[in-house]
Design a protein around this ligand. Structure first.
Ligand code: SAH
Ligand code: SF4
Ligand code: F3S
Length: 482
């Protein structure tokens, strides 16, 4: 269809370039859907964090239950959805560019509906319909159950908005339709929203109050995944350490350490990961639980944001450099083989040169295996936007970011080189990017290892792999025995 239509050829090129947002469907995705097809298709792209990708799987499930089927071909879709992110200005720009493409598609195929989901929908609300003339629906993260109504309205030509936030919604009863799946690892949302008020962050405004999901629905989702051949789950929340669910019948309280243990007990061959931990809330009880279970991965994403206490205070992170360092020491003491990664913001409001240097030195000191690094991007409505001028010039932000990136690359390379000669248990995820003669998989520390295939091994199997080489991003190895 693309080849004989010049406009669509152009669109296809742009689609190919937007790989980040592309979602592909696994054959098994439709296995659990009861409702017969209504002959219509939806296409969904997701941006932003893992929570958003996980939410898209809930949306896919809700739409399938009213007869819509997923398609990976946008030009076939009756309904185009984009699950959006507002975390930095760049994230919003990317979405607006995608909307331009959807507009073109809509002009080519009148009747195609376009819906905006997620954090940008929540942030901009009805303004979206004014700004983006061809958008039919705007739906916030807590309103996905209303999607069938809004779609029915759009089919009749009505434009609709539902951006109500909820204090209870966890979509606990909805079985997500796994999208873009390798059939080996899956995300499970364990909570929604965030009660912290980090001054730079838009998430509390776009995702609402924090609430935890019923632990039994989490465990049964993990069990179901195990039975369907999955071997790894990642428990998701903005601040998993504040997970707290009270059983309404027994009043018993389940905290994050308890939940980790319950999920670890699903099966010893089912790996458990989680993200994100907050330095102020991660407890020794959680660390001891990780240490106790072989299948809870020895990897903690513990975003520092800044290595300087004064900046951390302005960020309203509610810990200081010393507190953070104590938590890192506790991790390495209780779980010696643990890898730690981080998120870092360069050039936050008022950041001075010596404060920045403390961030660089933290990368070295904490020995992060990797980090996600950003320069500060002011978000309208946040505490920082109201209280502090965004006064670090762009070229300074970029230079500082580069210094942090360079330091992290150096530390990552050292971290990875230290693994040469060691043998790790690797969960095989599939073929490596470069060759179908190689597998890729991760060790417990979340490092990607690439190794030549060996007869009899397949994705979802565990292999013992001896590391023979390393770059700052990947380990290379060969199948061995412990
Ligand atoms: N809940 C997680 C973070 C979610 S947002 C936590 O507390 O760690 C993911 C990352 O985006 C943050 O850790 C932060 O490093 C970055 N980020 C958030 N707001 C930002 C902003 N305004 N500018 C630049 N980076 C930002
Ligand atoms: Fe944002 Fe802070 Fe909440 Fe993370 S903990 S989502 S950075 S407010
Ligand atoms: Fe972005 Fe929303 Fe996640 S702002 S990072 S998609 S919670």
């Amino acid at each position: 269809m693309y080849d004989n239509n010049p406009t669509l050829v152009g669109i296809k090129k742009e689609i190919d370039e937007a790989k980040q947002g592309q979602v592909f469907y696994d054959e098994k995705a439709l296995a659990n859907v009861e409702k017969p097809s209504n002959g219509k298709h939806f296409y969904i792209e997701s941006y932003g964090c893992q929570m958003n990708f996980s939410d898209s799987e809930i949306v896919a499930s809700i739409l399938s239950e009213v007869g819509y089927r997923p398609t990976r071909a946008m030009e076939e879709a009756d309904l185009i959805l984009v699950n959006t992110c507002s975390i930095r200005e760049k994230a919003e720009e990317t979405v607006r560019q995608r909307l331009r493409i959807f507009d073109k598609m809509k002009r080519q195929r009148p009747g195609t509906m376009v819906g905006v989901l997620g954090c940008m929908a929540e942030r901009l609300k009805a303004k979206f319909l004014e700004e983006e003339k061809l958008v039919d629906m705007v739906i916030g993260p807590d309103a996905y159950r209303d999607l069938p109504n809004l779609v029915a309205g759009a089919e009749e030509g009505e434009r609709g908005v539902n951006v109500l936030l909820s204090r209870e919604e966890t979509y606990a009863d909805i079985s997500p339709m796994r999208l873009d799946s390798n059939g080996v690892s899956a995300f499970i949302s364990i909570m929604r929203g965030c009660n912290n008020m980090c001054s730079f962050c838009v998430v509390p405004f776009t995702r609402g109050r924090e609430r935890s999901r019923d632990c039994f629905s989490i465990v049964s989702e993990a069990q179901d995944l195990y039975e369907r051949g999955y071997r790894e789950v990642t428990l998701l929340g903005q601040n998993v350490d504040s997970y707290r669910w009270e059983n309404p019948e027994t009043q018993e309280v389940v905290n994050f350490a308890n939940l980790l243990e319950m999920v670890a007990l699903v099966h010893p061959d089912m790996r458990v990961r989680f993200s994100t931990s907050h330095p102020k809330d991660i407890t020794d009880e959680v660390l001891h639980t990780i240490a106790r279970y072989e299948n809870i991965c020895k990897y903690i994403h513990l975003p520092v944001q800044s290595g300087n206490s004064v900046v951390l205070e302005r960020m309203n992170r509610t810990y200081d450099r010393e507190w953070y360092m104590e938590r890192v020491q506790a991790i390495y003491r209780i779980i010696p083989e643990c890898a730690i990664s981080s998120d870092i913001i360069a050039g936050f409001c008022g950041e001075l040169e010596h404060e920045h240097k403390e961030t660089v030195s933290m990368v070295e000191w904490a020995n992060y295996s990797m980090s996600y690094m950003f320069f500060y991007s002011e978000r309208p409505g946040t505490l920082a936007a109201r209280k502090y001028p965004d006064d670090v010039p762009m070229e300074v932000k970029k230079r500082r970011l580069q210094e942090i990136v360079d330091k992290q690359n150096e530390v990552s390379l050292r971290h990875n080189k230290a693994d040469i000669g060691k043998t790790f248990k690797v969960l095989i995820e599939g073929d490596s990017k470069k060759s179908d003669r190689q597998f890729k998989g991760r060790n417990s520390q979340n490092k990607m290892i690439v190794f030549p295939k060996v007869n009899g091994l397949k994705p979802g199997d565990y292999a013992w792999v001896k590391v023979t080489g390393a770059t700052s991003a990947t380990l290379m190895g060969e199948v061995s025995f412990p």
